[in-house]
Every structure is written in C-alpha cells, then in structure tokens.
Design a protein around this ligand. Structure first.
Ligand code: FO1
Length: 318
C-alpha cells in the first residue's frame, strides 16, 4: 500500500538513516516527503565543499549509491584519486571520479554565492527526485569530538582516525546556527502528518540538527505524532559507532537510553522485537512503543519499516 496523501518530515544523517529514508521515498508521494539532513559532517577537502550526508541521502534515493560502502556512487572509478596519490596529496578521504564531479559542481555554486538549500534542490532535481532534501542550515555547523587526544573535527575522527579515539563529549560549533526557511516551512506545515527520526546516530547525526534552537522548538511544539526508529538492537548499534560512543560517554547502550535521549521530542519509538522487555520502561516515560524487525537490508525490508513507521504515526494520531 502507498500513502499518496501522507505528508512527513524525516530527520536523517548518512548511511543508517538513508535506509529508512529510501523506504519512505518508496511509499510516499516524493513531494510530500521532506528529509532534513545533517550538515555537521560537512567539510572542505582538497578545496571542495563536501556534504557527505546530503550526498548519501540523494545517491540512495536515486538508486546510484555504492551498495557495499553505503557512501559514494556505484560503478565508481578512481582515476583522479590515483593521480592525487602520485602527487602526494591527501587521499585519506576517498573521492571517486563521479562523486568528485558533484563536489566540483557544489563548490562552484557555493563560490557563486548560492545557498546550500538551493544547490541541494538543483542536485536532487538533476537526479530526477521530487523529494525535498533539506540541509538543516545554510551556514556551517561543525561537529567536533572531545577525545582523549583533544578536539577532533568529525571527518578526521570518523574516516581518518576510524573512530578510534575515546570520546568524552560532542560539540557543535557555529557562528550562525539558524534554520533555513525551507526547514521552518516544512516543520510548520499545517498539513504535516508526522515526524520521523531515522535510525541515524542520535549523538553524531541528529544532535547537530537539534543544536539549532529553532528546529528543536518547532519539534517540541509539534502537535502531530513524532516517532523515532531506534538505532540500537540489544546492546549494539545497527550501524557505525553509536554503541562505542555511548559506552565512552557513560550511557547504557539500549533503546531505553535512545528514548530518554529524545524525551520531549518524540511520542513513540520503534524498537527491535528482540528488545521487547525494554518496552515497559520506555512506556513509563510516556513514550509509546512499537516492536518490529529494525535491521533492514533489502528494499522490501526498508519499505516494510517505512510503512510501519507511518502506521505507528497513524495509530498515535487516532
Ligand atoms: N567514509 C569512509 O569511511 N571513508 C571514506 O573515504 C569516505 C569518503 C566519502 C566520500 C564522499 C562521501 O559523500 C562520503 C564519504 N564517506 C567516507 C562517508 C562519510 O564520511 C560518513 O559516512 C558520514 O559523514 C557519516 O554519516
């Protein structure tokens, strides 16, 4: 079943969250889906303006993402990277040839003075998508990790140092932490049916978005159901370093902790059916619980989880 009249705002980071974003994109009318995307991972590399989470979402929805890595493009070639290596340039962040073309385009548009929202709209259109992929901000918000080795910027920590340093705190630095007009409009839409937090890393991928006060306030004041799909199964993350970071920051690795983290911003949480024993503790917080299989690999599984998220929103609303 499709939901042609259901209007949803989803919050999303990169690879993990994009799986649910794809499922939502498959069952909703694309123009009724707004995906507010983390830009805290954005950085300048070899002179290019790189937005990994925006690109992962767009490539995934367009069906051109690399299915093995989750980031970058399928059928990629690496000729430029090889020459860069010969020249002794930085190559710890791998940019394929096709991917590089996108960074060239975005960087050129940025230099012209275009807003990141406008550039992202142009790119989604070029990939044949009607989905509203919305950067959380047009201004830089930088995710910085406080670690045993001092402060480290996101990509340095995540890619160059492979998430190895022990994290004690996460900061979001911005000179101008303002929400874009498009984000404010999507979250204030009277016809909105609900909000979904994709199963992205809450600390690294969703918190940068919530660090923008106006966005947090609009979610807090939202009357329509707000649900999150937990990124944790048992005591481990479905994807990436979520559980490692939780352990290091002294947070118990469980879906209960995820519900606590989003308290005040969500009405419901979807947790894995194997974690059913955690449901009562979450319900005591006034948060509704739905059990499901939250590890999704195939297109069918992603679509099924998306449908369950919409049904959960409808159940809470009724
Ligand atoms: N992740 C890696 O682990 N190694 C890479 O070399 C790498 C390159 C890369 C290039 C473009 C892009 O859009 C994403 C890329 N990523 C890479 C993924 C990315 O750094 C992270 O997945 C996200 O920032 C976290 O959501």
């Amino acid at each position: 079943m499709k939901y042609p009249d259901t209007k949803i705002v989803a919050f999303c980071g990169g690879i993990g969250g994009a799986k649910l974003a794809l499922g939502l994109n498959n069952i909703l009318d694309q123009k009724n889906l707004s995906i507010i995307t983390n830009t805290g991972d954005d950085f300048l590399y070899l002179g290019f303006y790189i937005c990994p989470d925006i690109d992962t979402v767009i490539y995934t929805l367009a069906g051109v993402n690399n299915p093995d890595t989750g980031w970058g493009r399928e059928d990629e070639t690496w000729k430029t990277l090889d020459v860069l290596k010969e020249l002794g340039a930085d190559t710890w962040f791998q940019l394929g040839d096709k991917d590089l073309a996108l960074h060239l385009f975005r960087s050129k548009e940025k230099r012209k003075g275009e807003l990141l929202t406008t550039i992202t709209r142009k790119i989604t259109n070029k990939f044949g998508l009607k989905t509203n992929v919305l950067p959380m901000s047009n201004h830089a918000v930088q995710t910085i990790l406080e670690t045993e080795n001092g402060e480290i910027s996101f990509q340095d920590y995540f890619v160059r140092q492979k998430c190895r340093p022990k994290v004690s705190n996460i900061l979001f630095k911005s000179k101008k932490p303002v929400a874009t007009d498009a984000v404010k409009k999507a979250l204030s839409d009277k016809n909105l049916d609900g909000i979904i937090f994709c199963p992205s890393n809450p600390y690294l991928s969703i918190d940068p978005i919530l660090s923008i006060n106006k966005i947090k306030k609009l979610i807090e004041n939202q009357k329509k159901p707000r649900v999150v799909v937990s990124p944790i199964v048992g005591n481990d993350s479905v994807k990436g370093p979520t559980s490692k970071i939780m352990n290091e920051m002294g947070i118990e690795v469980s879906s209960v902790s995820i519900a606590e983290h989003y308290k005040g911003l969500i009405d419901g949480i979807i947790i894995d059916e194997s974690d059913g024993e955690q449901a009562d503790k979450i319900k005591e917080m006034g948060i509704e619980v739905k059990l499901s299989k939250i590890i999704v690999k195939t297109k069918e599984e992603k679509t099924r989880l998306a449908k369950e998220s919409i049904e959960f929103i409808q159940e809470i609303a009724s």
